[in-house]
Design a protein around this ligand. Structure first.
Ligand SMILES: CC(C)(COP(=O)(O)OP(=O)(O)OC[C@H]1O[C@@H](n2cnc3c(N)ncnc32)[C@H](O)[C@@H]1OP(=O)(O)O)[C@@H](O)C(=O)NCCC(=O)NCCS
Length: 208
């Protein structure tokens, strides 16, 4: 299990696939921008059995409730990622944390230089979670995707190992800033004490 502050990631087992099948076949779960290709459990089991180096992870709240899943797979030049949360758990920060945990896991445990994701250019939450994890937009693939009766553009995003901000760094941006402020405050405080000691010593010497 990969542990975060609010959510953990736990590998999907073959016997869990019914949950994924039900989610994937639900148009509300799939959302506005992804294709909802209805699949059978046996088709999903076959995909699972042949998934090779891919992994699917449940996003679980600390009480064990599954709120969605993330996945990674081998892509040209690196690893591709995908992510989906149940509608009622969106926009609560869980997707951002789940993606950052997944990216940390990939760069810590897989010898790759590149993680990539594709998203619809008008999907604000999806683009923002990538931005927050440090991804950069590389460009648009025109009419590369078909969903809900529309041929759609997709945006390709990537994060290179050199740009990755070390484990959990994206999650620690604010505490990190606080740490700097604390260090500066302590530094200024120590300098003031040192100055006071010097002045007091001088005062004593001059007074003698
Ligand atoms: C994409 C998804 C995984 C993001 O996870 P999430 O938990 O909803 O996102 P977060 O709550 O972590 O929010 C991430 C950022 O997006 C912003 N955001 C979230 N929903 C938004 C919306 N509807 N409009 C604009 N911005 C939004 C948040 O404000 C946040 O930015 P901030 O931290 O700067 O304020 C989730 O929304 C989802 O499953 N969507 C449907 C499926 C999907 O589109 N998957 C991606 C396929 S490429």
């Amino acid at each position: 299990m990969l542990k975060g502050n609010t959510v953990d990631l736990e590998l999907v087992e073959r016997e869990d696939l019914q949950v994924i099948r039900d989610w994937d076949n639900d148009v509300d779960f799939v959302g506005e921008y992804e294709p909802c290709s209805q699949s059978t459990l046996s088709a999903l089991q076959k995909q699972f059995d042949e998934k090779g180096e891919s992994d699917w992870w449940f996003v679980r709240r600390k009480d064990g409730t599954s709120v969605g899943y993330v996945a990674h797979w081998k892509a040209a030049g690196g690893i591709g990622i995908g992510y989906m949360l149940v509608p009622e758990e969106r926009s609560k920060g869980l997707g951002s944390e789940a993606i950052q945990i997944l990216v940390d896991h990939i760069f810590l445990h897989k010898d790759v230089v590149r993680v990539q994701a594709e998203t619809h250019p008008d999907n604000p939450a999806s683009q923002r979670v990538l931005e927050k994890a440090g991804f950069q937009k590389e460009g648009i693939r025109r009419k590369a995707f078909f969903s809900r009766g529309v041929h759609r553009d997709t945006a390709l995003w990537s994060l290179l190992r050199d740009e990755w901000r070390a484990p959990g760094a994206a999650r620690r941006v604010r505490p990190g800033r606080r740490k700097w402020v604390t260090s500066i405050t302590i530094g200024v405080g120590l300098a003031a004490v040192a100055l006071a000691v010097v002045c007091a010593t001088r005062g004593r010497v001059e007074g003698e």
